[in-house]
Design a protein around this ligand. Structure first.
Ligand SMILES: Cc1ncc(COP(=O)(O)O)c(C=O)c1O
Length: 373
């Protein structure tokens, strides 16, 4: 890398005066938590998705935990889910002593394959946990046809839309979004659970707040709960981010289109699948699969680093992580599609304000690493 070239970062949030102002207002109000920004953020988010209810939570992981509890998942149950996800989707089943049962993924969309999921259902299966991976809508109609409770991991999928026009997270099942700093919308850390059910909303709101009902006294708790609250500071940032969400999503879509042009023609390189059948991706990351038989993915990551480009192996297969191998005896070969994709996947720099010149730099570097002269 030449001294004049700055590192191209993997991700960078869009934050500006609106967020600064929103945070200052909360600080000046003195109400840092359990204040009015929480319901204001929830209502704006629910309205955006056209869903009846939303509950702000401290992280996507916390939301998944509460969503599985709301779906009735408990001790000894099985939850069918994707091995090609961030580890939190599978871990959240373990929080309730349920077993995440993996099924292989679709090689194109990289989402849980409904047929493979159906084959993994047993008498102990109490829920399905599809993940809208990399913001591409999972095939919800196919999962709904299996007739089991569904919890959607929509942590990567804000802005995605199903073929029937329903926004991802708007079908009524408990669906969970994540607001970590690399997400389409960020509150630093945070998450949102959407649902069409008033009873689920009531349970989630209570359990995120130590098991307290809205009409109860400060230290009165009628069920087990957690501290999964999102602060008013975070919710204020969320409200400001929601107002600029369309622009940020457009920015990501623009960068993705630029990447498609810039990376065209690199032999064997697989780009994220195009929208098909009316489903629309909510762009979160730009993940490519390096060619089979070319330089190994980890070498590509190191090669890009030498060109001043940040990139990351993304995602590793969950069932092959040491904790899952040791706990459940998983081994290579169980989910061949997932394992092949996971071994070749690399996330390239991707954020709404990425310039065309930065995309070109990444593409040139990737070409040089994959096709050395
Ligand atoms: C698919 C998926 N599930 C769950 C999570 C967990 O979200 P959080 O980091 O907000 O707990 C993430 C976030 O990285 C994710 O990408």
């Amino acid at each position: 890398m030449s001294a004049a070239q700055h590192v191209v970062p993997l991700a960078r949030p869009v934050l500006g005066e609106a967020e600064e102002q929103a945070v200052l207002e909360v600080l000046r109000s003195g109400q840092l938590s359990l204040g009015p920004r929480v319901p204001a953020f929830e209502e704006a988010f629910a309205a955006r998705l056209g869903v009846a209810h939303a509950s702000a939570v401290s992280s996507g992981t916390a939301g998944l935990h509460l969503a599985l509890r709301a779906a009735g998942v408990t001790d000894g149950d099985e939850v069918v889910t994707s091995p090609f996800s961030f580890v939190a989707s599978a871990n959240s089943c373990l929080f309730e002593r349920a077993r995440p049962v993996f099924a292989d993924i679709d090689p194109l969309t990289l989402n849980l394959d409904p047929q493979a999921a159906a084959a993994a259902v047993t008498g102990r299966t109490t829920a399905l946990l599809p993940v809208h991976i990399f913001g591409y809508p999972a095939d919800l109609p196919a999962f709904e046809a299996l007739g089991l409770p569904i919890v959607e991991d929509a942590c990567e999928a804000l802005g995605a839309v199903h073929a029937d026009g329903t926004p991802v997270g708007g079908r009524g099942h408990p669906a969970v979004f994540g607001f970590y700093a690399n997400k389409q919308l960020t509150t630093g850390e945070g998450g949102m659970l959407t649902t069409s059910s008033a009873a689920v909303k009531e349970q989630v709101d209570s359990e995120r707040n130590q098991g307290r009902a809205p009409d109860m006294g400060w230290l009165d708790h009628d069920r087990l709960g957690f501290n999964y609250r999102l602060s008013d500071v975070a919710c204020a940032i969320g409200i400001a981010q929601l107002e600029r969400l369309d622009g940020m999503l457009e920015g990501r879509a623009r960068v993705a289109a630029r990447y498609r042009d810039a990376l065209a023609g690199i032999e064997g390189l697989t780009l994220p699948c195009e929208d098909a059948g009316g489903d629309r991706r909510g762009w979160f990351v730009f993940v490519v699969q390096v060619p089979a038989g070319g330089p190994a993915r980890d070498e590509v990551v190191l090669g890009l680093r030498d060109h001043g480009i940040q990139s990351k192996p993304y995602l590793p297969a969950i069932h092959l992580m040491s904790f899952y191998r040791e706990r459940f005896g998983h081994r290579e070969g169980e989910f061949p599609v997932c394992e092949d994709i996971a071994a070749r996947s690399v996330a390239l720099p991707f954020f709404p304000e990425m310039t065309d010149a930065q995309v070109e730099r990444v593409a040139t570097a990737l070409r040089a690493v994959l096709e050395p002269a």
